[in-house]
Design a binder for this molecule. Sequence first.
Ligand SMILES: *Cc1c(COP(=O)(O)O)cnc(C)c1O
Length: 736
Amino acid sequence: MRNKHHDTLVGHKSMPQDLVAQSEFGTFFGISQETFDLVWSNLTAKDGNSAIYVSMEIGADLDVFNPLKNHLVHNEITESDDPGLSSIIKKVLHGPQKIPNYGGGLGILAGDTLKSFSACKIPTAAISLLYSKGYFSQLVDSKVGQISWATEWSPEDTPSLFLLQTPKHPAKPLIIEIPFFDPGKKATMAYAQVSMKLEVNENLDFFVPEFLLDFSLPESPESVRNASNQLYDSSSDQMKAIQRRMLGAGVMPLLNVLGLTANTIHLNEQHGVVSVLHLIVDHLQQKFGVSYKEKIKDADILKAAEEVSQKVVYTIHTPVKAGHDRFDKSLYAGLSDKVCRQVLGLLAADKENPSLYNFTQFAMQVNRAVNSVSRLHRDVTKKQFPQYSNKITAITNGVHHLTWISDAKAEVFDSFPELKGWQENPAIFVNAESLQTNKKFRTYLEQAWKHDTELLIQYVNDMLIMHRHQIEETWIDPPNFLSHLHEEDIPLTPDVFTIGFARRFSTYKRADLIFDDLKILTSIITELDHPVNFLFAGKAHPADEPGQSLIKIILDVQEELYERSKGMAKLVFIPNYDMAIAKMMVSGVHAWLNSPKRPLEASGTSGMKAAMNGVPNISILDGWWMEGFHDGLTGWKFGIDTPVDMAPLSEDPAELLYEQDSASFYEMFPQVLKTFYDPKLRPQYLDKCINNIFLNIPIFNTHRMIAEYCRNYALDLPTSVAKRIKQFQKLYKSEV
Ligand SMILES: *Cc1c(COP(=O)(O)O)cnc(C)c1O
């Protein structure tokens, strides 16, 4: 691939054996022994000067970012004299490139964050769970809608995932034990083996270990084993509570067995807050000795909580109810012991319902810093939790630029000296302002964009034709109306204005908003004589019925949209959304659509991925777009933007404001089409693209975001690292 700095590795690091590292926990491939030792010594140092990032999900598929594979390809390393090494190289080059441990934005953010930690050499490790059946795979049938089934994947075949070994017993997997409570029974033990993914950086000279706990071992209680299958299995509250316990209760035992010393635990959403519960209980035990259970009073618990809080930072991700765990106290009676319940009783009280524990309340109390994920979301969060108003700050999300910028665009950026160093420092893109009038830059950019659009449209056309063949061969009714047309009528063309929309299908995201009035929408298209491709993708949680009906609505409007527009509007649903599809879409479309009910989209990150590729957003003024819109320089806004103080947080279907916000879209949309299609206005379209590059890339990247996180971590970083991350933050502070 393109990357220049691989050249720096040529010569001294191109031998595969230089990429092998050993430790008492196993043998790893992807970094040198020196790098491994450096990272490990940081993470086990007595001073505890590192952070642990705890997340239910991590999205870091290898097919969208894989510096190790790039390195092997670039150096033409395909095998080794050592047969063991040869097979590992083959695995990196040809093995499965997906790690399906994510459901949506939260997981992708985690992955992007860890990649930036790695790039910037911030000593961190992550803890998550390994789900033997991933999240779920999505099949879409035009009559039934979404069909979900278990994802087949084999962690042991996945490159860059290594099963840790027991020191001195290399043949035995490292096992951690966690006291568990089999509902209704006495305390039992649950057991997990640990896989480590090495999140290596571009230069292969640093990595962030991601520890994935796998509780599916036969020795674990059945309830725990069942809960280890699927991310966000919500078949019962108990299942959900067990998953949260697996994550939270797993943190300290893992750190202990590995000797990790981090003084800071970062909760990526409150899902992992059980870790803090156990820190508090441990603290009490240390202070009051074996019979602590009899001795402690409420005041002791509050004091312990206060001390433990100094170790915790917390990122809250959504104002939406489903994102906040609340568990029935009676359920917890079967899941934890008396002291745990005493702690929760004091710190996790639910304001509305005294029979529940509220884990967001808990997380809000036990931290030294809490941040929301955009400025607008900060204001909403303060409104939701007025009692913590003083400590809630904003750190606006970002995305990992090296993951999301397409190869074609990267090549363009590589060829202009003004942007030199953009891989290491995305703040460099402020210099793109000087390229606004550079003819060569404009031409190259337009060509790269066209190339990305062609790739996307080709993918869609191939899919539609393949589905057409399936009609004849299987019982599956393919998702798209277009597949039913004559083969020659099916294809989309890349010069047609193409809008993308892809994200989880939840009701507040209103995927169907712009189809609210097909008559108006199609008359805009036919009257202007400007055709449009609408490309949609996304999964609905298998238990979210209303979310699934949204997918069905998208399928159901296809035919009418096509007929009414006389074939000028084509709406296609792409099944089984994942990171690779996301990357293809955000870089290939002409505009990226987001139509949530304001202010429920706390940040949104797919729009940032589009911006990374210069693609303008058309969006409700919600989440990050409040900060990225720049008075229209970078895209378009629509919809009601009442002040947050007055904005209703209701998710009630009747209060989702469809009529008002869709009307606003129809009013704005002709302008977009004219700018795109009118040759006289078309340069303005490219202007918006370049505006995104110099106004939004420098801000909405995870390098800048983690530089702001580091403020909360208060790590004592080496001068060179501290200096470097300061650059990313120079241009922007989320908190104003
Ligand atoms: C970026 C991404 C998301 C999140 O999209 P939002 O617009 O933030 O909701 C979800 N799924 C995948 C696969 C993504 O890449």
